[in-house]
Design a protein around this ligand. Structure first.
Ligand SMILES: C[S@@+](CC[C@H](N)C(=O)[O-])C[C@H]1O[C@@H](n2cnc3c(N)ncnc32)[C@H](O)[C@@H]1O
Length: 231
């Protein structure tokens, strides 16, 4: 699958938001981390500036920083309309007020673009896409995937999810996925099947309440880890 930039919904979250979504502790932030489908998030830029070791993989890294930023600006309103059909139903304690959402996301994207343009950042931003990642086996402690797996359950098959998670488990000892809801804010129909598949395969699988929410049901994170690797 070759991802066209105009097909992408470029959300863009900050390090603080990733920490809350994925329940990343200070100890976790000192590990070798992989962000899959990170898009224009500032997770990598901010964590690198704080001394962390992080690599991000996304097909949109084939484009320039300016192209990604311009796509982000032109698609923000449709995203907001899709995500906030009923703003009164949102838990605003985790989000800025509706009018400030764009400012917050624009800041994350600007930090990403500034970092992405640095000649020294090329090793930290890799062009690639699930279900095949351009990195060697067992390179990372934790791989996180925000707003891609489960989020696009209406477009991506169950088998794609199994292959993608297997691929993330090939390169990392632990995988965390957030949220477990789709873009339309419904619980993904794949949760139970994915859970059963990886428990049967001998992995430890947890579904926990994350420290981040938006609407009811949006606040869960799935962790899948090789047995014997616990924090
Ligand atoms: C909704 S954005 C989420 C961005 C970021 N993780 C966040 O939470 O703000 C989805 C991202 O998935 C990326 N993507 C699309 N197809 C992909 C694939 N097959 N493998 C990995 N990432 C993909 C897109 O380029 C886009 O950046």
């Amino acid at each position: 699958m070759h991802t066209q930039l105009e097909q992408v919904v470029p959300l863009g979250h900050s390090l603080g938001q990733y920490q809350r979504m994925f329940k990343l502790t200070e100890d976790d932030l000192n590990k070798k981390l992989l962000g899959v489908a990170d898009g224009p998030s500032s997770f990598n830029a901010e964590l690198t500036a704080a001394g962390g070791q992080v690599t991000s993989i996304d097909p949109i890294y084939a484009y320039t920083g300016e192209e990604i930023e311009s796509q982000f600006q032109s698609s923000f309103d449709p995203v907001r309309q899709r995500l906030t059909p009923n703003p009164q139903d949102w838990d605003w304690s985790f989000q800025p007020a509706p009018g400030l959402m764009q400012t917050r996301r624009t800041c994350a994207t600007r930090s990403f673009v500034d970092d992405f343009k640095l000649p020294s950042s090329t090793d930290r931003y890799k062009v690639g896409e699930l279900p095949q990642l351009p990195v060697n086996t067992a390179q990372f402690d934790i791989a996180v995937c925000s707003h891609f797996l489960f989020f696009y359950s209406d477009q991506l098959s169950f088998q794609f999810h199994i292959d993608a998670i297997n691929e993330m488990l090939r390169v990392a000892r632990e995988v965390r996925i957030f949220p477990l809801t789709t873009l339309m804010l419904n619980v993904s129909p794949y949760i139970e099947g994915v859970l059963l598949n990886f428990i049967t395969e001998g992995y430890e699988v947890l579904i926990e309440e994350s420290d981040y929410t938006l609407v009811d049901g949006y606040n869960r994170v799935m962790t899948i880890r090789h047995k014997g690797f616990a924090n």
